[in-house]
Design a protein around this ligand. Structure first.
Ligand SMILES: [Zn+2]
Length: 385
């Protein structure tokens, strides 16, 4: 600025001097040229005065410690016309003084560079700002809180995705450990708590696959305020499983009943019914299979026993028949013998006309029955009879 005024003053002086010379030579009034020359001279003097003013910069302290919040004030004086930059950012020059509040954002000290510029001249000052112990403690506390908050958030998200007592307790403990209260946390914990029973009902039904538990879970899921869509999906899948289990249970009940019947009254038909019922089962049941095998053994033994009895009966009948036949033959033989014995025996000869009771003459006597002798037309020997 001073330079420009000086330049204007010098040009003005030259101009007005020329005008003055011209006025003297032409004998014209010299008053206005004189005034112009005077004014120009004054301007030149002012220009010299101002342009000669040196650039100054001073700060109150080059070592600063922040307050408990991490703030510090850099203060000082500079030339009125100087432009100030602190770490590259322009700060206000308030007619030669400045006061800038800075804020540290970490526990590390920071060296600020203050630069004053005037025309082409510049000056630098370095100010080292150290965080106070209180500020370091505050940062540490804030960091700790931030970590705790992140942990609480993670626990809350987990509990919201899977509301159960364990997840709820963990989230609640972490929320309690925070130094500040967050409204949103209490609401979220309350919601999680409401949904624990709903999830429990669904899990119970998924484990038991019982119709009663399924109905309860379905009713509870209607009230869900967390992950309802997911829960509805689980209940829908559950319905199919419950129906499948019921169908399976029915098959097992039928198979068990058939096996019990076969055990109570073992027969070929009862065994077949039991085996058929077992074949309908979705998976082989070892215990029932063993019981059916036992029934089969029993039936087989029964059949063998029946066959043996039949054979024995046949044998007995055959023996009885044989005995009867023998008895009959014996009887006939006896009768024949008796008849034989009953018939009188006589002695005859081949050529004789008589039958005898003893050898009453010469000849070849042999024994014959009376009827035989009579049949041949023989008559009683008069000697013997
Ligand atoms: Zn005779």
């Amino acid at each position: 600025m001073g330079g420009i005024i000086l330049l204007v003053g010098l040009v003005g002086m030259l101009g007005s001097l020329g005008y003055l010379v011209f006025s003297v030579l032409r004998k014209r009034p010299k008053k206005s040229a004189g005034i112009a020359l005077g004014v120009s001279a004054i301007a030149a003097v002012i220009g010299i005065a101002t342009s000669a003013a040196p650039l100054t910069l001073s700060v109150d302290a080059v070592q600063l410690t922040t307050d408990a919040q991490g703030a510090a004030v850099i203060k000082g004086e500079t030339s009125e016309e100087a432009t100030l930059h602190l770490d590259g950012e322009e700060i206000k020059n308030n007619k030669g003084t400045f006061s800038e509040t800075i804020q540290l954002d970490s526990e590390k000290e920071h060296t600020y560079v203050l630069k004053a510029t005037l025309d082409k001249e510049h000056k630098d000052e370095k100010i080292v700002v150290t965080p106070s112990k209180e500020f370091v403690a505050l940062l540490e506390a804030e960091q700790k809180e931030k970590e705790l908050l992140a942990e609480a958030e993670t626990a809350l998200v987990l509990a919201e995705s899977e509301p159960n007592q364990k997840n709820f307790d963990e989230a609640a403990t972490l929320v309690e450990a925070l130094s500040k209260t967050y409204d949103d946390h209490d609401e979220r914990l309350a919601t999680i708590k409401e949904n624990i029973a709903i999830y429990l009902a669904v899990e119970t039904a998924e484990k038991s696959l019982a119709r009663k538990d399924f109905d309860e879970a379905k009713k509870q899921v209607e009230l869900a305020s967390l992950n309802k869509e997911d829960l509805v999906g689980r209940v829908t899948a559950l319905k199919t499983k419950v129906e499948e289990k019921e169908a399976k249970d029915k098959l097992y009940a039928e198979a068990t009943k058939a096996v019990e019947n076969a055990e109570k009254s073992p027969s070929k038909d009862a065994h077949k019914s039991a085996a058929d019922a077992l074949a309908k089962l979705p998976a082989e049941d070892e215990a029932l299979t063993k019981r059916v095998a036992a029934v089969q053994q029993t039936v087989k033994k029964q059949e063998e026993l029946a066959l043996k009895e039949k054979q024995e009966q046949e044998q007995r009948e055959k023996e009885q028949l044989a005995q009867a036949e023998q008895a009959h033959q014996q009887k006939e033989a006896n009768q024949a013998a008796a008849a034989n014995q009953a018939e009188e025996h006589v002695l005859v000869t081949r050529t004789g006309k008589k039958y005898h009771t003893y050898k009453c003459g010469n000849g070849d006597y042999y024994e014959a029955t009376l009827s035989e002798a009579l049949g041949r037309g023989l008559t009683q020997c008069s000697k013997c009879y």
